[in-house]
Design a protein around this ligand. Sequence first.
Ligand SMILES: *[C@@H]1O[C@H](CO)[C@@H](O)[C@H](O)[C@H]1NC(C)=O
Ligand SMILES: *[C@@H]1O[C@H](CO)[C@@H](O)[C@H](O)[C@H]1NC(C)=O
Ligand SMILES: *[C@@H]1O[C@H](CO)[C@@H](O)[C@H](O)[C@H]1NC(C)=O
Ligand SMILES: *[C@@H]1O[C@H](CO)[C@@H](O)[C@H](O)[C@H]1NC(C)=O
Ligand SMILES: *[C@@H]1O[C@H](CO)[C@@H](O)[C@H](O)[C@H]1NC(C)=O
Ligand SMILES: *[C@@H]1O[C@H](CO)[C@@H](O)[C@H](O)[C@H]1NC(C)=O
Ligand SMILES: *[C@@H]1O[C@H](CO)[C@@H](O)[C@H](O)[C@H]1NC(C)=O
Length: 503
Amino acid sequence: MDRAKKFAVLLVLLLYAVCASATSASDSKDDYEHCRSTVKKWASSSLDLEVKEDKHTLRDLLYFLHIPRTGGRTYFHCFLKKLYASSLECPRSYDKLRFDPSKPNCRLLTTHDDYSMMSKLPKEKTSVMTILRNPIDRVFSTYEFSIEVAARFLVHPNLTSATQMVGRLRLKNRGVSTLDIWPWKYLVPWMREDLFARRDARRHSGPTYIRSNDSYNMEEIVMPLQEYINDPIARDIIHNGATFQIAGLTNNSYLAESHEVRHCVLKYQTLSEHVLDVAKKRLDDMLYVGLTEDHKESATMFANVVGAQVISQSIASNYSADPVVDDKSEESSSSLDSDPETSHHRNSSTGQKASKISSTGNMGATSKNMTVGKLTQVYETCISSLRKTQAQRRTSSLKRISPANFTKEARRQVPEVLLQEIKSLNGLDIKLYKYAQNIFSKQHKQMILKSAAAKMQVQGSQFNNAYGAPSQDIIWIAMSIALLFLFVALFVKARRRTSKIKL
Ligand SMILES: *[C@@H]1O[C@H](CO)[C@@H](O)[C@H](O)[C@H]1NC(C)=O
Ligand SMILES: *[C@@H]1O[C@H](CO)[C@@H](O)[C@H](O)[C@H]1NC(C)=O
Ligand SMILES: *[C@@H]1O[C@H](CO)[C@@H](O)[C@H](O)[C@H]1NC(C)=O
Ligand SMILES: *[C@@H]1O[C@H](CO)[C@@H](O)[C@H](O)[C@H]1NC(C)=O
Ligand SMILES: *[C@@H]1O[C@H](CO)[C@@H](O)[C@H](O)[C@H]1NC(C)=O
Ligand SMILES: *[C@@H]1O[C@H](CO)[C@@H](O)[C@H](O)[C@H]1NC(C)=O
Ligand SMILES: *[C@@H]1O[C@H](CO)[C@@H](O)[C@H](O)[C@H]1NC(C)=O
């Protein structure tokens, strides 16, 4: 009797468990199906809407989709700022949390905002460019830069006073700071808090013995790389960041539906191929795709493909004002990828300057006086000075987290396992990067062929002008020689025949 009761209870429990698991399984199956259709719908609508014709022709507005840590900052300062007068820049593209389309006729938009930005732009009048970087290097660089910027705050005695300083600066500079720009607005405060916590712990525990000599794994001082890449924040905004940004699916996206798609893709990896397809298609349709690694070739191509067109566009559009050569652009322009600390030194003059530029509203293009050759020269000098200041800033900032120092030697000692982990976390970006390399090499070949053809044409026309008559003679001589051979051949044949008859 007792046994039977027990058995019955067990049976009921078992049945209940089976039912519960079945319903939850069907729930998750429903969820997957829902996600699948959401992602597919998004992908097909994203693939449909592309404007295809003439993608290599510069349109009215150039949108530089700047993927963080790809070296886009040098393109902005040393190319784009030399080509476009400040008055042609869309308002405070970097300085503001969000794009403000209050200036309808602007011609240059440079931003970390993702491709969903296109929903705010006149699509048929917009050309897009971007730069891609080896995803592993990009992750390293993101890690190092977020620490570098955060470490500058270590001059403050404690986190409270550091964050108070940021607040005061923001008021003074009217919101202009790296800390307002995605993704740094998440990454820097995160690292800053972490650095202060580790420093406080060191102070409380007395003299610390640092066990590791590996800068990427020095937990007494900074968050180890391994921990960084596995944090939910990194998963949210660093890994596969290039693919998500080009697909318009970052967590900074303008479109509400993007967020659902993103969550689905992060949840079900099998759906990520759709995202990759969209990103690839968008790269295909871009005016220019550069590669951080092929720096020299990328710069040459930029000057010839984009630079040349901006120059001819500005000449054709015939702005009445004199050209403005914006020598001060490095200091005066936005704080993209730069640090909040420089704003200390710049004090309130930055704000005044910015308002002055926009109020004069000079419609002159910087490029009126520009040529491709000159542009390349200007770029070279600009980039070397920019690099120097960047390196100085980095060194002085990393001093604060000594003995950790992100040098090339330190990098070489990073264990292979960790590199593999980064690779597997960035599978989409690795595929997209390969795809971009293909696009780049094709475009590069085309450019070389074109310039070779142009040279040939020049030489050809010179040849015709100088030696027009002789070249005609050469044709006549060649024809006569050919005729001569024909006659000889006929003659020999005829003789053979006659000799045969004789025999
Ligand atoms: C942080 O530093 C400031 C400035 O030295 C000091 O006034 C404040 O008391 C400190 N706060 C804490 C919580 O230690
Ligand atoms: C974006 O990611 C950051 C870091 O994980 C997070 O704090 C923020 O809430 C996210 N934003 C959205 C809209 O999901
Ligand atoms: C260029 O500017 C000149 C003088 O300002 C003007 O006469 C001419 O019509 C302009 N051409 C075009 C195409 O706008
Ligand atoms: C602001 O900067 C100017 C020069 O750039 C300098 O002369 C002035 O002393 C600075 N003011 C403050 C309060 O730091
Ligand atoms: C622009 O061109 C004019 C003449 O074509 C020249 O005098 C002037 O120096 C040039 N300006 C710059 C900044 O190169
Ligand atoms: C970090 O390494 C760089 C390059 O090797 C060097 O110039 C710098 O002085 C080092 N910093 C510290 C604090 O050791
Ligand atoms: C760290 O120490 C190991 C041996 O313990 C040595 O082989 C390696 O070169 C050191 N790395 C650095 C960056 O000094």
